[in-house]
Design a binder for this molecule. Structure first.
Ligand SMILES: CC(C)(COP(=O)(O)OP(=O)(O)OC[C@H]1O[C@@H](n2cnc3c(N)ncnc32)[C@H](O)[C@@H]1OP(=O)(O)O)[C@@H](O)C(=O)NCCC(=O)NCCS
Length: 141
């Protein structure tokens, strides 16, 4: 089941987020995102376990994906794909641009985003501690 996150989900989201950034819970204040009116935090739940989540900001016609993580035991089962599809559908017809940053070595994620029509538009050097980042964008008419 895919649904909007609630405050009860925060510990598990932070646990998954630590797989992405060791300092995840300080960098991304999920509790604030749940209430700020422009962020989206969406979880994928399987048998009462959150196996993945995506977080993003949604302003007017633009969505910026901040984090996307799937539990290693549940990868390659379309969990991330379903989360992205859900997020994009939440944006509705007005959504014209979706952007994100991804580490240049992160081939699984780059492949995933390219499958959804994202293109590399810029390289941000030394964006991460150990890597550059691609800025990727997906435009719709
Ligand atoms: C990247 C990540 C979110 C993908 O999640 P997932 O649920 O396994 O992805 P899906 O099953 O929906 O995969 C869809 C597509 O992504 C690509 N992909 C996913 N895993 C891949 C891998 N290990 N190697 C190459 N391509 C991969 C493929 O194009 C795949 O399509 P295909 O199955 O038709 O080949 C997951 O590996 C993850 O959580 N990684 C760690 C966190 C991270 O890097 N997040 C992204 C930060 S920007």
């Amino acid at each position: 089941m895919i649904r909007e996150a609630t405050v009860m989900d925060i510990p598990r989201i932070n646990e998954l987020g630590e797989l992405l950034h060791e300092n995840f819970s300080n960098l991304f204040k999920i509790n604030e995102m749940l209430n700020d009116g422009y962020s989206k935090v969406i979880v994928y739940e399987k048998e009462d376990l959150i196996v993945g989540f995506i977080s993003a900001t949604l302003f007017y016609d633009t969505c910026d994906i901040l984090s996307l993580v799937v539990d290693p035991n549940y990868r390659n089962k379309m969990v991330a794909s379903n989360l992205i599809t859900y997020l994009i559908s939440e944006g509705g017809e007005n959504l014209k641009l979706v952007t994100l940053e991804v580490a240049t070595h992160n081939i699984p994620a780059i492949n995933l985003y390219e499958k959804f029509g994202f293109e590399i538009v810029h390289t941000r050097e030394k964006y991460y501690k150990d890597d550059d980042a691609y800025l990727m964008a997906r435009k719709s008419e």
